[in-house]
Design a binder for this molecule. Structure first.
Ligand code: ADP
Ligand code: MG
Length: 300
């Protein structure tokens, strides 16, 4: 599904953007991204400032994200990546412009930052687990805090079996369910954090530098788990990372965000042929893509 969405998106974007080669497009000065296939998010001329309208963090950002896409946002520190993610999550309101969110389950998209019908899971850099609760109890937390009738319904449905299955999906074992975070390694804590983001069966997964503090070996395993979850669950995934190799390896599409007023400066499609994870990591396309990404971030 992700590949299909990407192809449609790419086809439409070509009409709007200068085509440099098969993968790399530079946005027009106004930085408008347009796609014609169903978008789960449509951000139009979005502006965010924190008090001073003359110094917006996000300035006229327009971006459509099709259902099923794995989109990664890269850019220098402080350019507004986390702010953009928080806008999409509905945690940060816009100072100007518009955000439409659609789960695809209702005829009309939701305007503004409410987006009640679109379920999103959020994963942060730190696992943010409650140390006195077991893994299973941490997993139940979003259901206990669930909003309104939908949350209560899900809590009732969330049988032990389903939650144990979720632990297994992220690479933990049933035996881990009774352990407290202090008894789990850093990688296992991150896996639990990922499972917790999936507990309410989200359509969208938003991740803000989730693997920044783990070592390279663990990072690679977590990356494989994340992409497998994205594919198996038909998620729309939006990842913020500093790691260009991670962006190249995981994504269907990478956008480059530059500090305001430049905003989105490049939009790159990643060719994803059917390769095993090990093959993909050493595929020539990966290195070519990394070069394109580096050129987009650091133009000579
Ligand atoms: P990035 O994730 O790309 O490093 P952020 O989105 O975290 O960037 O922050 C972009 C800018 O916005 C920074 O200068 C940061 O200090 C500022 N900022 C972010 N959130 C707030 C806030 N709640 N209040 C004031 N300034 C903020
Ligand atoms: Mg950030």
């Amino acid at each position: 599904m992700a590949a299909a969405c990407q192809e449609v998106a790419t086809g439409c974007m070509v009409t709007k953007m200068q085509r440099l080669n098969s993968q790399y497009r530079v946005l027009p000065p106004e930085g408008v991204l347009m796609t014609e296939n169903p978008a789960i998010y449509a951000l139009r001329e979005a502006v965010v400032h924190f008090g001073d309208p003359q110094r917006p963090v996000l300035q006229r950002i327009s971006l459509e994200i099709p259902r099923g896409q794995f989109l990664t946002v890269v850019g220098p520190s402080g350019c507004g990546k986390s702010t953009l993610l928080r806008v999409l999550a509905g945690l940060q309101s816009l100072s100007g412009g518009q955000l439409e969110r659609s789960s695809g389950e209702s005829a009309m998209p939701t305007r503004g930052a409410s987006g009640a019908e679109l379920r999103a899971g959020f994963v942060f850099q730190q696992p943010a687990l409650l140390p006195w609760r077991t893994a299973m109890q941490n997993l139940r937390l979003p259901l206990e805090l669930g909003s309104g009738a939908a949350g209560e319904g899900q809590a009732a449905e969330a049988g032990e079996e389903r939650l144990l299955g979720l632990l297994e999906q992220v690479g933990l074992s049933r035996a881990d369910a009774g352990k407290r975070p202090g008894q789990l390694s850093g990688g296992m804590q991150m896996r639990l954090s990922l499972a917790r983001a999936l507990v309410r069966d989200p359509q969208v997964l938003l991740l803000d530098e989730p693997f920044a503090v783990v070592d390279d070996f663990l990072r690679m395993k977590l990356q494989d788990s994340l992409r497998a979850l994205h594919d198996a669950r038909g998620l729309t995934t939006i990842l913020v990372t500093h790691n260009l190799q991670e962006a190249a390896y995981l994504s269907d599409r990478v956008v480059v965000l530059q500090p305001s007023p430049r905003g989105l400066s490049a939009d790159l499609s990643v060719r994803r042929s059917r390769l095993s994870p090990a093959e993909r990591r050493r595929a020539p396309e990966q290195f070519e893509f990394l070069q394109q990404l580096s050129a987009a971030l650091f133009p000579s």
